[in-house]
Design a protein around this ligand. Structure first.
Ligand code: DSN
Length: 435
């Protein structure tokens, strides 16, 4: 990775990279959307493919010199198809939000109604937030979790869908700690003539590792980022069935099928040249995820999350839905008298070597910038090789910080405990001298 070269040519940036490496080595990374990629993935990302322009698709480009770009993109596509059992794959989206934007752009008209999980209940910005393109340019009808159980209630989703007749329903989660019933969502979509978009960004790795039900092959369109539990480079992809189930109803004037509509929306609709170095790294990550050990990894993510959730609850911490079935959990701090203290607690956790993020809880009375919850998850610490025993230690540290967040000496003590814990799990031991 030519780090020695960087050290000489730009010591300032080099030092920042080393400092970031040191930060992740010395703490526990619990942001559920983050992970640590392999050196092979990093090497592909920092390869000569970063220099290329290649607007278009394999075999149909607008610039010369595409022999190897075409091969690497075809490789990424065929590995993704094998990994998920997808019929059509577009690996060009720059990241999750552009991928979702492309689906809206391909299948909906501006102003069309769609349904997505409310952000406070665990949905994503692009699933209808009023400050995002999805909520600004389209008519978002949010669905919510049940106030008592905090689970998604598909009967309620169906009731709203029958009343509102949306053109698309998104099944997804960003901060929802339970499984998604993709079949149930698809049935509702078929009943009301809506497209079903499953955004599996958070759980793609669990799906590949058979630790969560797959939305394939029945779901109309599936988007995912590649850098979360799937443990690939920062980027995204769109997978879909080739034929448009609702073509005659919504797109009678075009001969393009669903796959073609989506490809055109990505390029030339919304994007220019794909990031070919990232495409190469996606191919590497997909090949890693096809290996049998990835299944063990995915299973361990969920076991670790369950162990952490159990211990947190033993320590008296309230979790949204009282537990987890996936890779993440959300701490509801309201019963501990910490309503609207998410920012302070996130900072205190940082000081103790625990990285997580403040998050709204369902029906939070506090504002999103300083909400009443904390979101945490296990993909990154599982990559690091930690198991259930370590999760219980971390859970006890978290519970202690929740109680003592204003006490600097207590935070320092916890930091030392975390340091001791992570010293047995080196992540990138030779980070500064990667060649
Ligand atoms: N920011 C991501 C997450 O943390 O879940 C979603 O885009």
């Amino acid at each position: 990775m030519l780090m020695n070269n960087l050290k000489k040519s730009d010591p300032e940036v080099y030092d920042l990279i080393v400092a970031e490496g040191d930060r992740i080595e010395r703490g526990v990374e619990l942001i559920p959307s983050e992970n640590f990629v392999s050196k092979a993935v990093m090497q592909a990302m920092s390869s000569v493919f970063t220099n290329k322009y290649s607007e278009g698709y394999p075999g149909r480009r607008y610039y010369g010199g595409q022999e190897f770009v075409d091969k690497v993109e075809r490789l990424a596509i065929s590995r993704a198809k094998e990994l998920f059992g997808a019929e059509h794959v577009n690996v060009q989206p720059y990241s999750g939000s552009p991928a979702n934007h492309a689906v809206f752009f391909a299948l909906l008209e501006l102003g069309d109604k769609f349904m997505g999980l409310d952000m406070g209940c665990g949905g994503h910005l692009t699933h209808g937030s009023p400050v995002n393109f999805s909520g600004l340019s389209y008519t978002a009808i949010p669905y919510y979790v049940d106030r008592e159980t905090e689970f998604i209630d598909l009967d309620e989703v169906k009731r709203a869908a029958v009343k509102e007749r949306p053109k698309m329903i998104i099944s997804s989660l960003t901060a929802y700690p339970r499984k998604l019933d993709f079949k149930g969502f698809q049935e509702i979509c078929e009943e009301v003539d809506a497209y079903h978009l499953a955004d599996i960004s958070h759980i793609a790795g669990l799906i590949v590792g058979e630790a969560h039900e797959s939305p394939f092959p029945f779901t109309d369109i599936v988007t995912t980022t590649t850098h979360k539990s799937l443990r690939g480079p920062r980027g995204a992809m769109i997978m879909c069935r080739k034929e448009d189930r609702l073509h005659d109803l919504y797109h009678p004037d075009t001969k393009k099928n669903q796959a073609q509509l989506i490809d055109s929306a990505v390029f030339p609709g919304l994007q220019g040249g794909p990031h070919d170095h990232i495409t190469a790294a996606k191919a590497v990550a997909f090949s890693e995820a096809l290996r049998p050990e990835f299944k063990t990894y995915a299973g361990q993510i969920v076991k670790n999350a369950k162990a952490m959730a159990e211990e947190l609850m033993v320590q008296g911490v309230k979790l949204v839905t009282n537990g987890t079935d996936n890779h993440l959990m959300v701490i509801d701090m309201r019963p501990s008298g910490l309503t609207g203290k998410g920012k302070q607690l996130q900072t205190a956790m940082d000081e103790a070597g625990i990285t997580l993020n403040k998050n709204s809880v369902p029906f939070d009375e506090a504002r999103p910038f300083n909400p009443s919850g904390l979101r945490l998850g296990t993909p990154a610490v599982t990559t690091r090789g930690m198991g259930e025993g370590e999760m219980r230690v971390i859970a006890r540290c978290i519970a202690r910080v929740l109680g003592d967040y204003k006490d600097k000496s207590a935070l320092e003590k916890t930091k030392q405990e975390i340091l001791e814990l992570v010293s047995d799990f080196p992540l990138y031991p030779d980070f500064a001298v990667l060649e």
